[in-house]
Design a protein around this ligand. Sequence first.
Ligand SMILES: [Zn+2]
Length: 277
Amino acid sequence: MIFGLAFLGNQVAENPGADETFAMGLGPGEIRMAARLLREARYAWALTGAGVSTASGIPDFRGPQGLWRTHDPEEVSTIDGFHRNPQAFYSFWLWRFQNMRKAQPNPVHKLLAALEARGLLQGVITQNIDGLHQRAGSRRVLEVHGHVRSATCLSCGRKYSMEWVAGEVEREGLARCACGGLVKPDVVLFGEPLTPDFEVAQREVAKADLLFVLGTSLTVWPVAGLVPLALGHGARLIIANAEPTPYDLHSDVLLRGDLVVMSELLARVLEVDLAGS
Ligand SMILES: [Zn+2]
């Protein structure tokens, strides 16, 4: 958790491709090596980000091409902004949350569910709030940034369904509990602590001998710190992402390219049926 990006930047500059087992791309060699590492691992976890859900039609809100290029995250994605102007928060987010709940899992979600069912993965640690891992069949999912299935009163802690929240917002412009408190969807906003799942994730990664990173640029902390945590005790690292990450040169296999293509190739080598999961 204490490795800074500057430190890793030096590593990248000093050792470009120095590791002879290092591989990058979506060629048969990389796919085979990723499959081998998954088969050899005794305790593997996946770590996923927005990139695994873009093929399900969910945009990468935080990424460089995301909404924050055109919208001010201070207004609608911080806990202070929510308290200041809950109407703006709801008008920005509610239909996006509703769209997430209508989205369908794609082959990347299905691959991870199938790997867990085969015993090749312990489960998935995800930064995503869309619930698509569970809908693809993943059983153990640690949602460190929360989810869009329910909402909670910030004053008394009472739980509400998102259907109730949607109805209230439609009528009143915001959702207020019977006690008068504001009801906030169970997603982690900037300025809030991560969910209790994050502590579980840290404990699990501390035991893992392989971390399979998919669809995250590994720049959002503290989640990105799970990678140096894994590397610190010698875990192997597979990174599958369309864009470079600060940890690419620390990976054993770098699967750079389209994640759906990668999932289909990996499924073929591992003889996993993505349609059946
Ligand atoms: Zn309340």
